[in-house]
Design a protein around this ligand. Structure first.
Ligand SMILES: NC(=O)C1=CN([C@@H]2O[C@H](COP(=O)(O)OP(=O)(O)OC[C@H]3O[C@@H](n4cnc5c(N)ncnc54)[C@H](OP(=O)(O)O)[C@@H]3O)[C@@H](O)[C@H]2O)C=CC1
Ligand SMILES: O=C(O)C1=N[C@H](C(=O)O)C[C@H](O)C1
Length: 272
């Protein structure tokens, strides 16, 4: 079978470079294009060289329409405005669109879902196996414990990260809210500072730390009377996200148009 032809969006970024390496190592995919911001100094540079590999002849370009004429999918780890611009082209071309970008607003998410009658979208705030298993466990624990247990989510990332809470923290918060049968939007506590008053019962709290090179640490704390249960995951290398994204693209290739998550890719929907 021929290899899946993939475009990496944000090819000059941290995840973009990791994705170029993951594709180079893969038997099932080949790099078909490398997208960057039109303002980037990296336009015209070789994607392989930027990723620390031998030159592969794929030059960074800002023209997704041209590079997608002969592609099967796009791995998109960029910024919200770029991802939203890519959605329409991916749908028009019938590409698999793997969306890893975080910091998307609820209206951005609505735009992404609006094209899934025509497009094949796989979206997740975290593409790693470990975090998606963690989310399934959090949902189950939240279902088992009553509201006497307060739920707090703590995350730490490298100093360059621009959005908070992380997409993963929000995903874990949503899993906890699902388990409890509540809406996260109505039961979140974000950015406590100053005289905040006592904790509102039933809220899911978020706290974000930034520093150094941390690839992504997440803990979900169930704090009850005289005991605490902590479920956590530490990413040691961002290649785990790149391998997850590549797995998602290969899984989605040939699937009917629709909206999918890593639960579909990893078969976690029926775990509990
Ligand atoms: N779902 C998951 O598993 C994971 C998600 N992420 C998310 O992925 C995103 C990227 O993370 P990271 O790689 O660390 O960030 P970087 O800032 O290193 O990379 C983002 C890249 O996107 C580029 N970019 C900006 N605008 C456009 C555009 N219009 N078209 C194409 N490319 C563009 C940036 O270019 P420039 O610098 O010139 O602006 C930059 O090279 C973040 O939202 C992060 O949270 C990260 C890891 C895992
Ligand atoms: O920006 C990052 O680095 C990461 N972003 C994702 C998030 O916001 O959760 C996933 C991972 O934690 C790394």
């Amino acid at each position: 079978m021929s290899k899946m032809r993939l475009i990496v969006a944000g090819a000059g970024g941290r995840m973009g470079r990791a994705l170029v390496r993951a594709i180079a190592d893969s038997d099932g995919a080949v790099l078909a294009g490398a997208l960057e911001a039109p303002t980037s100094d990296l336009i015209g540079k070789d994607a392989g060289v930027l990723a620390g590999l031998p030159a592969n002849g794929i030059k960074l370009s800002a023209d997704l329409w041209a590079m997608s004429a002969d592609a099967d999918g796009i791995l998109d780890f960029t910024v919200p405005a770029a991802t939203i611009a890519n959605v329409a082209i991916a749908a028009e071309r019938g590409l698999v669109h793997v969306v890893g970008t975080t910091g998307l607003s609820s209206s951005d998410d609505a735009v992404i879902k609006s094209v899934t009658k025509r497009a094949i979208v796989v979206q997740s705030g975290n593409m790693s196996l470990g975090v998606n298993l963690l989310a399934a466990l959090v949902r189950q624990v939240a279902k088992s414990l009553d509201t006497g247990f307060d739920i707090e989510i703590l995350e730490m990332h490298h100093k360059h990260k621009v959005d908070a809470p992380s997409g993963t923290a929000l995903m874990l918060g949503r899993a906890a809210a699902d388990g409890r049968g509540i809406s996260l939007e109505d039961h979140s506590a974000r950015g406590r500072d100053g005289i905040t008053g006592a904790r509102r019962s039933g809220d899911i709290g978020f706290a974000s730390l930034r520093g150094g090179t941390a690839a992504g640490d997440h803990s979900v704390i169930f704090a009850g009377p005289s005991e605490r249960l902590v479920l956590s995951h530490q990413a040691e290398d961002r290649m785990i996200f790149a391998h997850g994204a590549l797995k998602a693209a290969l899984w989605a290739h040939g699937k009917p148009p629709g909206y999918y998550t890593m639960d579909d890719v990893l078969g976690l929907k029926d775990l509990f």
